[in-house]
Design a binder for this molecule. Structure first.
Ligand code: NAD
Ligand code: ZN
Length: 339
């Protein structure tokens, strides 16, 4: 199996692109590893990781909390998991976030690796070492930055992924293209969601390109002092909408990207706001939404990224060139209210 190693400030991580989940045994010894997965993935894919001890947890964001972590810890103890064991998170971002977190606190930290099974986890959540859980309504309130030992990519696992989760993943892919990769934006424009779903090779290449793009951003700024903030493109307003409305993360980020495009047009003479809208629509994402703008701005004002009366907003100078701007909240408010 071909391995590529990427160095972060804190550790090195082995990436296995174009791999099969059945090759997991070549990376970790099943007698010293425990798989953590959710009930959906277990029902669909368990035969591919038989031979490993497995902890199965309920699926969904509402279980990304301390109660589930306590349950996992009890099972780890019952399975006599020791310091030499490796935890393997097989699943979407909920599973990778929780596996990384529990592995980082169990016995003061043991090794972990991921097999991401959603497009979002492949291109985003599994990369960068942010692990954690929610506390009540507060997302990712508790956690740690700690890198996995390995990431195994098997895009054939995506065959069973629901349609909404495909679009969710593409929201982050479009985000990457907007902030850092103009040629990829062109590729997305020239192709379709259906084409990526049908063509495994094309999909594997896209996943690898995005995983490497996020890796590079994190390598330069593992602890989010600067450039890593670019990954928040579309997320500032996106999070405000996600808190208020029943939206998928990707849908909220898509609306966030549309508005970031409008703000970029007004403040930085960004010329391709319409092209962003067109590509989002192409990948099944919403580009228009009636929302309570006053309320959304209230939430923005409480956002953790706020610095006094200004806010760090990610804008585009052009496709492929995201910039971090510290803007007065009043200016953002005016522009958002006028649309
Ligand atoms: P998820 O893990 O809840 O997965 C979505 C759904 O798809 C679940 O119901 C899951 O059971 C199901 N599923 C997973 N793989 C499947 C497959 N192959 N076939 C069929 N069904 C499958 O959610 P997600 O969208 O993958 O991730 C969202 C989470 O990721 C959030 O908690 C978010 O905070 C986190 N996240 C973390 C980072 C980070 O840097 N750590 C970045 C982005 C997102
Ligand atoms: Zn996101």
């Amino acid at each position: 199996m071909k391995k590529q190693t990427f160095k972060f400030t804190s550790a090195s991580v082995d990436y296995y692109f174009n791999a099969s989940i059945k090759q997991l045994k070549e990376i970790v010894d099943p007698t010293h590893a425990i798989i953590i997965t959710d009930e959906n993935i277990n029902a669909l894919h368990a035969t591919k990781f038989k031979g490993f001890k497995t902890i199965v947890i309920p699926a969904g964001e509402k279980h990304k909390n301390q109660v589930t972590i306590d349950g996992i810890i009890n099972q780890l103890i019952a399975l006599q998991t020791d310091r030499k064991s490796t935890l393997i998170g097989i699943g979407g971002g909920v599973i990778t976030d929780m596996t990384g977190y529990v592995a980082s606190i169990y016995m003061r930290g043991i090794a972990f690796g991921f097999v991401p099974t959603t497009l979002l986890a492949m291109v985003d959540a599994s990369i960068g070492g942010k692990n954690g859980i929610d506390v009540g309504i507060y997302k990712n309130m508790i956690g740690i930055i700690r890198q996995p030992k390995f990431l195994l990519y098997d895009v054939s696992l995506l065959k069973t992924l629901p349609q909404a989760d495909w679009s969710n993943g593409f929201a982050e892919i479009i985000k990457h293209a907007c902030i850092k990769d103009a040629p990829m934006f062109k590729l997305l424009k020239e192709n379709t969601l259906a084409k990526f779903q049908k063509n495994k090779e094309l999909l594997a290449k896209l996943v690898e390109r995005n995983a490497k793009l996020k890796t590079k951003v994190v390598q330069q700024d593992e602890f989010e002092q600067g450039d890593r903030k670019l990954l928040n493109y579309g997320h500032t307003l996106g999070h405000a909408l996600e808190n208020q409305y029943e939206l998928y993360h990707g849908q909220a980020v898509a609306i966030g990207m549309v508005y970031a495009g409008i703000i970029s047009k007004q403040l930085l003479k960004f010329k391709q706001a319409d092209a962003v809208v067109e590509v989002l629509a192409k990948y099944g994402l919403p580009t228009q939404m009636d929302f309570d703008k006053t309320k959304a701005i209230e939430v923005l004002k409480m956002d953790k990224k706020r610095e006094k009366s200004t806010i760090n907003y990610i804008l585009l100078e052009k496709i492929g060139k995201g910039v971090i701007k510290q803007l007065p909240l009043t200016e953002i408010e005016q522009i958002i209210q006028s649309f």
